[in-house]
Design a protein around this ligand. Structure first.
Ligand code: NDP
Length: 246
């Protein structure tokens, strides 16, 4: 059940994370939002509270282990426990390898890979102590299939896929009652394309998203579904995207 669960969401200041926070709060979850942009987080918490929901936020840079530990402790101090962590923070500055945008490569590794590892490391002791918990992570369709321009982004999302599957296997073998779920979104209209620094790629992606993109609310419904399942049931992988995107 979503109701009364404490759900910590990274990358909650816009897009999929914001949509998930709002939907889960509307369904009775207590949501803790983390991201770097405080003004956005503050506004989203206000919106949730105005709608009758319960929410709190903390500024979080997922690349910093101490920030991740701090927000897990904050969730426990504020709402008593953590039932679900939604590891969703990410960026997608795509470009061809030959452009050698090494700064972008490093940012993606830091946020999309290390950010997930930092989140898991921060929450796992709590889940092991509680003998229950759920870890949901946002990969991408680029984590399943190779696309030109996505060599590094896709690589970070393949990492998420592998990591989450191994985590699922190990958690099951250990009877830890830790559920995992991985999302593979296709074109979802969010601020994600703003992170692209290559103007040709930016233009091409804008065209694709203009043609196919759907609202992040759709992904939020999938997140809510994964949480809502009975505690003895896990859904491991969801591909979610526009019905007519090839
Ligand atoms: P947005 O750009 O709207 O959201 C990205 C979120 O990540 C923001 O809240 C941003 O917050 C946060 N973020 C970025 N860097 C950091 C950081 N260092 N520490 C904490 N938070 C950070 O895009 P989406 O909602 O689309 O992206 C959410 C996830 O979905 C990403 O992992 C993305 O790769 C994935 N995805 C999206 C698809 C799409 O088509 N939109 C398709 C496939 C996957 P802030 O800047 O405030 O820190």
């Amino acid at each position: 059940m979503v109701k009364d669960k404490v759900v910590l969401i990274t990358g909650a200041s816009s897009g999929i994370g914001e949509a998930a926070a709002k939907l889960l709060a509307a369904k009775g979850a207590k949501v803790v939002l983390g991201a770097r942009r405080e003004s956005q987080l503050k506004q989203i918490v206000t919106d949730i509270e105005k709608a009758g929901g319960q929410a709190a936020y903390q500024v979080l840079d997922v690349t910093k282990p101490s920030d991740n530990e701090r927000i897990v402790q904050f969730a426990k101090d504020t709402f008593g426990r953590v039932d679900v962590i939604f590891l969703n923070a990410g960026l997608m500055p795509n470009s061809p390898v030959s452009a050698l945008k090494t700064d972008d490569w490093n940012r993606m590794v830091d946020v999309n890979i290390k950010g997930v590892l930092n989140g898991v490391a921060a929450v796992m002791p709590t889940f092991l102590e509680q003998k229950s918990g759920q870890i949901i992570a946002t990969s991408s369709v680029a984590g399943i299939k190779a696309y030109p321009g996505c060599a590094v982004y896709g690589g970070t999302k393949w990492f998420v896929r592998n990591f989450m599957e191994v985590l699922r296997m190990e958690s099951a073998s250990a009877n830890s009652n830790i559920r995992t779920a991985t999302l593979y979104p296709a074109a979802i209209n969010t601020e994600l394309l703003d992170s692209i620094t290559d103007s040709a790629v930016q233009e091409q992606m804008q065209g694709l998203y203009k043609t196919y993109g759907i609202s992040p609310d759709r992904v939020a419904k999938v997140v809510a579904f994964a949480i809502d399942l009975p505690e003895d049931t896990t859904v491991n992988e969801f591909t979610v995207g526009p019905v007519n995107q090839p």
